[in-house]
Design a protein around this ligand. Structure first.
Ligand code: SF4
Length: 479
C-alpha cells in the first residue's frame, strides 16, 4: 500500500517581497533535513526549501510541516491557511512557534513546541492515525542523544554544500539581542560519535559534495575542550574544507585554532558585530574585544581560514563618526567577508524589552524584523543616517574591486606548511568559499540594500501588509 506523504517546508520568503527573492546561500538550513531524519518510515518525505524553490501547492502530500522564523510568521500563516483549505493537515514549528505558541497555534492543525527530537516521531504516528493533538511540548532542553542523521539525500540539488549538522545547542553568553536569551537554556553537547556519523552519512550524494561540511552551532566553542576533541575527530575524516560557527573569544586559545586548521576548517563564522567597543558593551557582548580582532583574524587567515563576520548597524552607542570610518576600519582589522544587518530587537529578547520600555520602538510590523529595516529610535542617529551608512558600507565592501583586493590580501598571507598538493587544495577551497560567500552577500546587497529608497519600500510594503492585515495579525505578538 502507498505510504501517506509528508512535505516539510522550510520557509524563507518574506511578505514584503512582491517578487519572490531567492537567496544564493551555499549551504541549506538544518531544520528541514533534520526533521526528515527524525521522521519514522511510515510516511514518504519530501523537503522543500523556499530559499531555492517556490512552494508547490499541487503537491500530493497529505501532511505539511512548516518551519519558520519570526519575521516570516505572517507568510507561514498564509501558506498554512492555503494548504488547510485544500484539506491538508498542517503542522507548525521552529523557534518562533516554540517561544510564542499561543500566537502561532490558531493558524495550524497542530504545533510542535521546543526541539523536535523527543516528540516528532509520536506526532507523525498520531498524524497518520488521525489522532493529532493541538500541541506537542518537548519541554526545555531535552537530551541531544540518539538524534538520527539529517537526510542529506533530500537536500535541494541547488545547494553547493549540502552536509550541515550541529554539535551543540545553546550558548553561555548573555548578548541582549540574541534569540537564545529569550528563554535561556544550558549549553549542551551531542555525543562526538553522533556528529562524526552525521558527517559521514552521505550515501546518495555526488562524491564532490561529500568533501565539504558545515557545523551550524550557535557557538561551537561554548565548551572548548569538547570543541577541540570533536575537531580532532573531524580531522580524521579528511574533508577538503569545513565551516564552523563560534564566539570570537575562543580564538584566544591557540590549541583551538590549531585544531580548526588540522580539521581543514576553511571558514569561521564569528559574531564580531561591531568595531565600536561601547556598542558591544551596550548589548552585553563583553567577550568581544575590538583590539583583539586584527590579531585573531590574521591568525586564522595564516592557517588558510577565512573569517565571515556579523556586523550590526544601529547599535545604541554608534555614531555618525564611527560609520564614516567603518569601511577603512573593516579593512584594517582584515575582515574577509561580512554579514551586515541593521540591529533587530527580536521580540522577547532583553534588547526588545529595553527598547519597548523606553518607548523607542517605531516599527512593530514583524515582517520588517529581518535585518534590513530600522526598527527603533536611535540615541544619536536619524533613520536616514542609519540607512545611508548601511547602504554605503555594503556598497564599498562589496564592490568587485574590494572583493578582489581582499582575496589577494588573503592569498598573500598563505605559506606552505604542508605538501604542495595540500597547499594548492587549501588555497583553492578557501578561494571557492570566499567567492561563494562574497557573491551571496553581494547578491543580498544588490537585491535588498543598494539603491533602495526606504520610503518607497515602506510605501510598497505598507500596501502589501495592509491588504493582508485585514485578515491576519502582522504586528508583534502581545505580551
Ligand atoms: S555569543 Fe552569539 S550565540 Fe552566544 S548569546 Fe551571543 S549572539 Fe547568541
Amino acid at each position: 500500500m502507498k505510504k501517506p506523504k509528508l512535505l516539510i517546508i522550510v520557509l524563507f520568503q518574506n511578505l514584503l517581497n512582491e517578487k519572490p527573492y531567492y537567496a544564493r546561500n551555499p549551504a541549506p538550513p538544518l531544520p528541514g533535513i533534520l526533521l526528515a531524519g527524525l521522521t519514522p518510515p511510515i510516511v514518504e518525505v519530501e523537503v522543500l526549501h523556499e530559499m531555492v524553490r517556490p512552494i508547490n501547492y499541487n503537491t500530493d502530500a497529505n501532511f505539511i510541516a512548516i518551519s519558520f522564523m519570526d519575521y516570516i510568521s505572517p507568510h507561514a500563516y498564509q501558506v498554512a491557511e492555503r494548504f488547510r483549505a485544500m484539506g491538508k493537515i498542517v503542522i507548525g514549528g521552529g523557534k518562533f512557534a516554540s517561544t510564542f505558541p499561543d500566537e502561532v497555534q490558531p493558524h495550524f492543525d497542530s504545533i510542535l513546541v521546543g526541539e523536535a527530537q523527543t516528540v516528532w516521531a509520536q506526532m507523525v504516528y498520531d498524524m497518520v492515525e488521525g489522532k493529532l493533538k493541538k500541541r506537542y511540548d518537548a519541554g526545555l532542553s531535552p537530551s541531544l542523544e540518539y538524534i538520527p542523521p539529517p537526510r542529506y539525500d533530500l537536500v535541494e540539488k541547488k545547494y553547493f554544500s549540502p552536509i550541515v549538522t550541529e554539535a551543540t545547542r545553546g550558548c553561555p553568553h548573555p548578548c541582549t539581542y540574541c534569540q537564545l536569551n529569550i528563554v535561556r537554556t544550558p549549553h549542551r553537547m551531542r555525543p562526538i560519535k553522533d556528529v562524526v556519523r552525521d558527517l559521514t552519512n552521505t550515501k546518495g550524494l555526488p562524491w564532490f559534495k561529500k568533501k565539504m561540511a558545515m557545523l551550524l552551532d550557535n557557538n561551537l566553542g561554548g565548551d572548548l575542550k569538547y570543541a577541540k576533541d570533536l575537531l580532532r575527530e573531524i580531522a580524521k575524516l579528511k574533508f577538503w574544507g569545513i565551516g564552523a560557527q563560534y564566539s570570537i573569544e575562543c580564538l584566544r586559545d591557540d590549541d583551538f585554532v590549531e585544531a580548526l586548521a588540522k580539521a581543514n576548517c576553511r571558514m569561521s563564522f564569528l559574531g564580531m558585530e561591531s568595531l565600536n567597543e561601547e556598542s558591544l558593551r551596550g548589548v552585553q557582548k563583553k567577550q568581544n574585544k575590538v583590539e583583539e580582532y586584527k590579531e585573531y583574524f590574521d591568525k586564522l587567515n595564516r592557517k588558510g581560514i577565512l573569517t565571515f563576520t556579523g556586523l550590526m548597524f544601529a547599535l545604541d552607542e554608534d555614531t555618525k563618526e564611527y560609520y564614516e570610518t567603518l569601511p577603512e576600519k573593516l579593512d584594517e582589522v582584515g575582515c574577509n567577508v561580512i554579514l551586515p544587518s541593521i540591529s533587530i530587537p527580536i521580540y522577547g529578547t532583553p534588547l526588545y524589552h529595553k527598547i519597548k520600555s523606553e518607548g523607542r520602538l517605531i516599527d512593530e510590523n514583524i515582517t520588517h524584523y529581518e535585518g534590513d529595516h530600522v526598527l527603533f529610535k536611535h540615541n544619536n542617529l536619524s533613520e536616514e543616517e542609519i540607512y545611508e551608512a548601511y547602504r554605503r558600507v555594503n556598497k564599498i565592501f562589496y564592490s568587485w574591486k574590494n572583493i578582489f583586493k581582499r582575496w589577494i590580501k588573503f592569498l598573500k598571507k598563505q605559506s606552505v606548511q604542508e605538501s604542495i598538493s595540500q597547499f594548492i587544495m587549501k588555497v583553492l577551497i578557501s578561494s571557492v568559499i570566499y567567492f561563494k560567500l562574497s557573491i551571496f552577500q553581494k547578491h543580498h546587497a544588490v537585491k535588498r540594500v543598494f539603491n533602495t529608497k526606504k520610503s518607497k519600500v515602506k510605501e510598497k510594503s505598507k500596501k502589501v501588509v495592509n491588504s493582508y492585515r485585514e485578515e491576519h495579525l502582522t504586528a508583534l505578538p502581545t505580551n
